[in-house]
Write a protein that binds this ligand. Structure first.
Ligand code: FEO
Ligand code: CA
Ligand code: CA
Ligand code: CA
Length: 646
């Protein structure tokens, strides 16, 4: 992402006053064990479940890792046991025969080309062309990978890939800093959103797009609709009467057991603004509620508002347009005519992703983080068994309870419901819709734990929930007062103990009453800083995906140490062993993971190679070619045909 380094959480949440002493003790124990473990290449002493470890073979991660020496060059590097191919660069046609890449980009053509800022994605197998729909399990939804070993069949060789196109700066997309026309703005808007392609593995083993019914682009001007408690709310309507359009800053994602894709709107605030370059209208004052979401006069310098009043924060005709972004959006990959649905029950925040799990009682649970310094971890639990709800014609994502996490310093945790049964919330909000539109403020009120930038979350084979907390340079021991004079708690807490937290950590928790329950216990799987100076060196964990066998794939976004580019590593969650599978190119981020059901083809993304600067990177063109670098997808296979990560 383009980091929103401004801190929007000006609440004074400090759930633990007595944390420091306990915390220091905890840190000492963790640091001691991690340092000892890293020197031998294992982080094993952090494991809580030794019985689980014994279930798995010692060689869960058997590949030759990319060394420190190999992982910092101009080109990507991959394990000697693996190979890769590059597909779907920004600007390539969605299907064969479509418009090819050209600079300057044409706004209409961009709606038929792959967007920019490749991020979260998921692969939906096509098993049978006459019955394209396929959920994550035909038989038992509680086990997403049951029956996954399809062998060589259509599902492993043909599918629909849904990919988020998070962002491209004006420099990257327009090759200039400020749009000069509505056409420029449309180019930028059409480069954002979601790209959906039909992919097929050819006889030569290469994956290529195919012509079909399902490829499409969803972007900032695509019609969308709202569902759930906030749908139809006056705070989602504008005096202009404009229909809801678009999705933006689509970061990570999720997928449901009924076969749909969830795309998540993260730093949506950055596309709004008012006034002229270079810094917008200096007299603009966001409302306190706008400020909590980080709105200001110049946003992230897109300046769409110069030609598209929908994004002008002071235009009274579009006063509620900002409330239409910040949602989790459901897309049906198998129906190209489906209107994407913004699921308001999941709350409005900087949604990193939306990881869906089915609890033992059949209810849907959606975990996600709100990625900003000192923001929170959330989970949504559907009101009933998801099958019952769907058979009644209701989306399981429309009715349920949204919770926010409080991490106690003793290793316990609690999910705090955001409902109007809470008199403090009822005092602030008139109705549930208003509360969900201001989810962050509701979470402030109930006393959630401020975290070190929650990014991806995934459920491990050990049934623990793993979450990347990417970094938080603002975490310190002093606290400070914001522009409203409120005390911001920037001190450490048990779950976020490092001050500053420059390199991030991975936290995990066990839901002690099942995934739909409200209690958990947590520990820290690892601190990235503790890997520095070792062969496992990495920093700023962001993308996470746990496979069904006990591996945790870790992707990074931030300044790596020890001369490395951003990278993807594989950890064994039982032993703590970590190996580096792939490294990217200068000034890129590695993000996005999708995999075929047989786990033999993995797709990942190289985002913002060279930050768009051809003097830094020409990827995927050869280094030195002078080509403008383009975000692209990397297809990873094991040379011996084995499972990815093995
Ligand atoms: Fe879009 Fe939090 O990364
Ligand atoms: Ca990103
Ligand atoms: Ca991310
Ligand atoms: Ca990130």
């Amino acid at each position: 992402m383009k980091d929103d380094n401004k801190i929007s959480n000006h609440s004074d949440n400090r759930p633990f006053q007595e944390i420091l002493e306990v915390n220091l003790q905890r840190r000492k124990i963790l640091q001691g064990s991690v340092v000892a473990a890293v020197s031998t290449g294992f982080l094993g002493t952090l494991t809580t479940n030794e019985a689980f470890a014994k279930k798995w073979p010692k060689s869960l991660i058997g590949f030759a890792p990319v060394s420190l020496a190999e992982g910092g060059g101009l080109e990507p590097a991959i394990s000697a046991d693996y190979e890769y191919d590059v597909i779907l660069p920004w600007g390539d046609p969605i299907e064969p025969g479509g418009p090819s890449f050209n600079i300057p980009v044409d706004a209409e053509m961009q709606t038929r080309q792959i967007g920019i800022g490749h991020d979260g994605m998921w692969y939906f197998p096509i098993r049978d062309n006459s019955k394209k729909r396929f959920g994550w399990d035909d038989n038992n939804e509680r086990n997403p990978w049951k029956g996954r070993h399809l062998g060589y069949g259509p599902g492993n060789e043909e599918g629909v890939l849904c990919m988020n196109n998070e962002f491209g700066t004006n420099f990257q997309v327009l090759r200039k800093s400020v749009p000069e026309s509505l056409e420029d703005v449309r180019v930028s808007q059409h480069a954002h959103g979601v790209s959906i392609v039909e992919l097929k593995r050819k006889r030569n083993g290469k994956w290529r797009t195919v012509k079909g019914d399902l490829g499409r682009r969803i972007h900032v001007n695509t019609p969308v609709t709202f569902s759930g408690p906030a749908a139809g709310h006056p705070l989602l309507e504008n005096p202009a009467g404009n229909v809801p359009l678009g999705t933006v800053n689509n970061c990570a994602m999720g997928y449901t057991p009924w076969g749909t894709y969830l795309t998540c709107e993260e730093n949506f605030n950055g596309y709004f603004g008012t006034g002229n370059p270079p810094s917008g209208d200096p007299s603009f004052e966001p409302t306190p509620r706008q400020r909590r979401y980080g709105f200001d006069a110049d946003g992230f310098d897109y300046y769409w508002h110069l030609f598209d009043k929908r994004f002008d924060l002071t235009d009274p005709d579009y006063v509620n347009e900002p409330n239409r972004f910040g949602w989790v959006v459901e897309i049906d990959p198998m129906d190209p005519n489906q209107v994407p649905v913004k699921r308001t029950a999941l709350g409005r925040k900087k949604n990193e992703g939306a990881t869906v799990h089915v609890a033992d009682d059949g209810r849907i649970v959606v975990y996600n983080g709100d990625d900003e310094s000192f923001d929170y971890v959330y989970k949504f639990v559907s009101a009933e068994d998801w099958r019952t709800m769907r058979s009644n014609g209701e989306s399981p994502l429309d009715r349920g309870t949204l919770y926010v996490a409080r991490f106690y310093d003793d290793g316990n945790g609690e999910w705090l419901p955001l409902t109007l049964d809470n008199p403090d919330l009822a005092a602030e909000f008139n109705d549930l819709g208003e509360m969900l539109i201001h989810t962050r403020i509701a979470a402030d009120i109930v006393g959630a734990t401020p975290m070190d930038r929650p990014e991806w979350v995934t459920i491990g084979a050990d049934d623990q929930v793993y979450m990347a907390l990417t970094n938080n340079s603002g975490r310190n021991n002093t606290g400070f007062r914001d522009i409203n004079g409120r005390l911001v708690d920037s001190g450490p807490n048990g779950a976020n103990p490092r001050t500053p937290n420059s390199d991030g950590h991975i936290i995990r928790w066990h839901e002690t009453a099942g995934h739909s329950g409200t209690m958990f216990t947590w520990d820290i799987f690892l601190f990235a800083e503790d890997t520095h100076g070792t062969e496992q060196s990495f920093a700023d964990p962001d993308g996470l995906w746990a496979d069904p066998d006990g591996r945790l794939f870790i992707q990074t976004d931030g300044g790596q140490k020890d001369g490395l580019n951003n990278q993807m590593l594989v950890a064994d969650t039982a032993t703590g062993e970590i190996r580096r599978l792939f490294t990217g190119v200068p000034s890129c981020e590695i993000t996005g993971i999708a995999i075929t059901p047989d786990q033999k083809t993995m797709f990942i993304n190289i985002q913002h190679p060279g930050n768009g600067d051809p003097s830094t990177s020409n990827f995927p063109a050869p280094s030195g070619s002078g080509a403008v670098p383009r975000d692209a997808t990397v297809v990873i296979t094991r040379k011996n045909g084995g499972i990815i990560g093995s």
